[in-house]
Design a protein around this ligand. Sequence first.
Ligand SMILES: [Zn+2]
Length: 266
Amino acid sequence: MTGVHRLLAPNPGPMTGPGTNTYLVVSGHDCVVIDPGPPEESHRRAILGAVGDLRLRGLLVTHTHPDHALLADPLAAETGVNTYGYGPGPGFNPTRRLRDGDRLRFGEAVLTAVHTPGHTADHLCFRMGATVFTGDHIIGESTVLVEDMGDYYRSLDRIRALRPERLLPGHGNRMDNAAEAIAAYISHRREREAQILKAVRSGARTVGAVVREVYGEVDPRLRSAAAGSALAHLRHLAGRGTISLECGEGTDDELAGVAVLDAGVA
Ligand SMILES: [Zn+2]
């Protein structure tokens, strides 16, 4: 029998929603932990308490953002098990590096790594039968920050092609209609892209101007996140030749700082 238990980390906030979801995946007497989470003492105790007498076989990390990865190395030192991830990041250095298609067996269960760059270049999802652990690739009740939009679109297609039934995200609640959740993510991105292109065509010439046009009033705590997402969309549009983008200093917009849009709109 395989079971999944969610342990919510005590790190709620504007970027983490209710907090990071740590998953304990149990098969027989074996278990693994997906995304140990932030280095909070109460969370460390909750994880070890949930493991109890089970045999812990590994600590898996979807990507190296601190709210997912930072507790991995300390827990590994304490328990003597391997850590698994795509590669090292700040405060995390996996003992085993995973690549797309790598499989981890424990008990009767098999977890398959699916490389899903976009949110970060080092992002992995983990597939187990009809379930996909999606980390920050797809989260519950919100959208995610994207570093590279082209990669992100491809990675959404990648997960859709697996035809999962349910998604267990790094933040928010599980999604029991995976197809619907993925379709909603894709249409949200296409809609944003259309809005951003429209903003450029109607004269927005800095990232800040695009953000104001598309997102309206933004919670100050989320401003740089909105600018980052807008910039990822703009780069994607520029990569396809739909617009041209000039990166440099000297914009007077507090949000932009990094980019000026050229007037050359196709
Ligand atoms: Zn993240």
